[in-house]
Design a protein. Structure first.
Length: 755
């Protein structure tokens, strides 16, 4: 290779700079004496040839006659620069007979890549790449630890974001410091120029060891966090109840805050994975009955109870909160907050965060965002929504449903984009329709459900409400799809599970239905409505003793549940225990003089043969529920035997027909309504209409014992004795009470002819 003694060139991984007398390699740059560089350049100019010692001395020191010791020192210096001090040598070979020669052929220095090569060489020499890599790994570990610790400690939501930004800003600073400063035997000093520093390898290894040890300590701390701060394991659940906050203000106008604050915290905790929250109505009823914390916890089946007090003065509110361990009775946490009323949502969010932390829930970023989410930015709209849910979650009595509807409508007026309010109003209207039979409620329910769906399709409550709409219209497939969608969004949506159980039952999937009811109770064992829904299912399955146990649990959790006592009366009547039936009907009427309770009491008198008393009860029921076709039909049944004018009897049946036909417009496949309508037609002497309607109900496919009983009644009145006898026998076989069959006036002629 043709080289001048000023040209740079390469020997392996080493850059040779004759003019600067430097040799730069992976371990750094070294400066050698001028004579050593001249010897190296001479050997590089003829790499395949040996150069004897005399020739080298003569070429380098032509007039001085330098001793051979100087040549040996130059060779040692060169070998040391290459890290080649011990044999076997890799760069400069020596043969006693022939002299010295290079073992690696030199490469011409590429001038065009000098700048880039120098840049990367300097980055490598100054350990910039190593520092950047170590910084990236350390930053990742730090962020993992911060993410977990922010879930365990009550720190601001922006902590993780701030840590990320700080580490990102520190990245170029770390790279710059790595370029500017070097670790030397004298410590950390600024680099004056390229190639001027010689690195001390032992000191560098020492610092690298410290960095590695630090990274390992961070990793160990991160991995051992779960042992120092234990968290809930997969499949493990914790149960908590939130009691109404005690109002210390003494102002009745502030009473809604008692439930409102508790409801908001309850709803936030409900969204946490692995946390099961006791139902609102059960928590409230036990709290109002004066039980102590341990008794409430045992009855609700929870391990922790959150309770508190509040005092409002003008636009400020003072909250005192404590989380109590049920087993020990000691406080796990307590705190007092003094804030403006418009900031109470933020305080409730913070309380939820701390409670979740105390319950050993790891608050990841997603969970923290979930807790911080508000259904609306308008606190007044949210308070109205919570009050509406409070009434809707109570037993579905007329007063509760009317109040729920009013609060939902007011919440919508405050925030027309709050999907939860529309879904809640839809559910309320459906519940009112089920209770009253007023078909005018169906279209508004549909309108509100569709509005909720258009605003937020991701809410389980929206799909639950839509499933209820499909159910009352007879679209079992649509209802099943909607309830499953709600469960997919929220596996703990107990209302959706109970209603899915109703759908499975109507589809003949009895085992699947029962599984849903049981799961709903297991998810929220202190929820009265779960036991009530399961009780209705058990009544239809003629499992009366089990139904009694579930309804007794329901009224224990919600003592003001008149429907629970009403249904207990139905069960005892089916069992022939008329005294118990009468007692439960009486208790239902004491709590709420509802149309259903009056009607059931009237039925009790009817089968006892006291038709006048029955008529009186049915008239009271009609006053309470003037749009329920069944009560008008019951009234007509009683009036046939009381000597009432024919016009009155016909008027009752005609009104029943009118209302039943309106109901069939909502669900044309409603077998119960079709069979009752056939009965009303038969009593009006409209035999053709009665037979046609009976056929529409497909009587051969009916398996409900109560509906088979009605088929027997219709055929008896139409004179089809054989069909009536078969239906009566089948109703008894399916479990319809024999006492009621024997007491049915319409079957008297059948029994006489049969004998």
């Amino acid at each position: 290779m043709d080289l001048t003694r000023q040209d740079k060139y390469w020997l392996g991984d080493f850059e040779i700079d004759p003019s600067g007398h430097s040799i730069t390699g992976p371990a750094g740059s070294k400066t050698v004496r001028a004579s050593s560089m001249e010897i190296l350049c001479l050997l590089a100019s003829q790499p395949a040839r040996y150069c004897g010692a005399e020739e080298l001395l003569h070429s380098i020191f032509p007039a001085s006659g330098e001793p051979h010791g100087l040549l040996t020192a130059c060779m040692d210096e060169l070998r040391d620069s290459f890290g080649d001090s011990r044999p076997p040598f890799r760069f400069i070979a020596y043969d006693p007979e022939h002299g010295y020669r290079l073992l690696i052929a030199p490469r011409q220095h590429d001038v065009r890549s000098d700048e880039l090569t120098d840049w990367f060489g300097e980055l490598k020499r100054r350990r910039v790449f190593r520092v950047v890599g170590a910084y990236a790994v350390s930053a990742w570990l730090i962020l993992q630890v911060v993410d977990v610790l922010t879930g365990a400690l009550p720190v601001p939501d922006w902590t993780l974001t701030a840590a990320t930004v700080a580490l990102a800003v520190g990245f170029p600073i770390a790279a710059l410091l790595a370029w500017v400063y070097q670790v030397t035997p004298q410590g950390i000093v600024a680099e004056a120029r390229v190639g001027a520093l010689t690195m001390d390898r032992s000191r560098l290894v020492h610092y690298l060891d410290l960095m590695i040890i630090g990274a390992l300590l961070i990793a160990v701390a991160f991995l051992s966090y779960g042992h120092v701060f234990p968290e809930l394991q997969r499949g493990e659940e914790v149960r908590v109840a939130v009691l109404p906050f005690e109002n210390l203000s003494g102002e009745s106008s502030d009473a809604y805050l008692s439930e409102g604050i508790a409801d908001d915290i309850r709803s936030r905790l409900y969204d946490l994975p692995q946390v099961l929250v006791a139902a609102r109505s059960s928590s409230r009823s036990l709290s109002n009955r004066g039980f102590d914390i341990r008794a409430i916890g045992e009855r609700l089946g929870v391990q922790h109870i959150l309770e508190g007090t509040f005092r409002r003065v003008d636009d400020r509110i003072r909250l005192s909160v404590r989380l109590v361990d049920v087993e020990s009775g000691f406080n796990r946490w307590d705190e007092t907050y003094d804030t403006r009323i418009q900031d109470v949502l933020a305080v409730q969010n913070r309380i939820s965060l701390i409670v979740a932390s105390e319950l050993r829930v790891v608050l990841t970023t997603d969970v923290r965002k979930m807790l911080a989410e508000n259904a609306t930015d308008d606190p007044v709209a949210y308070e109205l929504y919570l009050q509406a849910r409070n009434y809707l979650d109570q037993p579905h009595e007329e007063e509760n449903l009317l109040l729920a509807a009013d609060f939902f409508e007011r919440a919508i007026d405050r925030d027309p984009n709050m999907a939860l309010s529309y879904a809640g109003l839809c559910e309320t209207l459906i519940a009112r329709y089920r209770d009253s039979g007023d078909t005018a409620l169906v279209q508004p329910a549909e309108r509100n459900c569709n509005k909720a769906l258009s605003l937020d399709i991701r809410l389980a409550e929206v799909h639950t409400a839509l499933g209820g709409l499909y159910t009352i219209s007879g679209d079992l497939g649509g209802a099943e799809k909607s309830f499953n969608a709600a469960i997919a969004l929220d596996p703990r949506a107990v209302d959706a599970r109970a209603r899915l159980g109703d759908i499975y039952e109507q589809q003949g999937r009895i085992e699947d239905a029962e599984a849903q009811f049981i799961l709903a109770i297991e998810l929220l064992p202190a929820n009265w409505s779960g036991y009530s829904a399961f009780g209705r299912f058990l009544i239809r399955q003629q499992r009366f003793e089990e139904a009694i146990a579930n309804y007794e649990r329901a009224v224990e959790l919600a003592p003001g549940n008149s429907n629970g006592y009403n249904n207990l009366g139905v069960i005892y009547y089916y069992l022939g225990d008329y005294q118990q039936a009468a007692d439960n009907y009486r208790r239902s009427l004491e709590i709420d003089p509802d149309g259903s309770a009056f009607s059931n009491t009237g039925t009790l008198y009817y089968f006892a043969g006291d038709f006048a008393a029955a008529e009186e009860m049915f008239l009271k029921a009609v006053e309470q529920k003037p749009t329920d076709y069944r009560i008008w039909g019951n009234l007509g049944d009683a009036q046939r035997f009381t000597g009432a004018p024919d016009e009155s009897v016909r008027a009752s049946y005609e009104r029943a027909v009118e209302l039943a036909n309106l109901r069939l417009e909502v669900n044309p496949r409603d077998k119960e309504t079709l069979l009752n309508l056939a009965w009303y037609y038969a009593n009006l002497g409209r035999d053709v209409a009665a037979r046609s309607t009976l056929e529409s109900a497909a009587p051969g496919s009916v398996s409900d014992p109560g509906q088979v009983y009605v088929i027997a009644l219709v055929n008896a009145l139409l004179g089809d004795r054989d069909t009536a006898l078969r239906a009566r026998s089948r109703a008894a076989t399916l479990g319809f009470p024999q006492a009621m069959i024997d007491a049915t006036p319409e079957f008297a002629d059948l029994s006489a002819n049969e004998s």
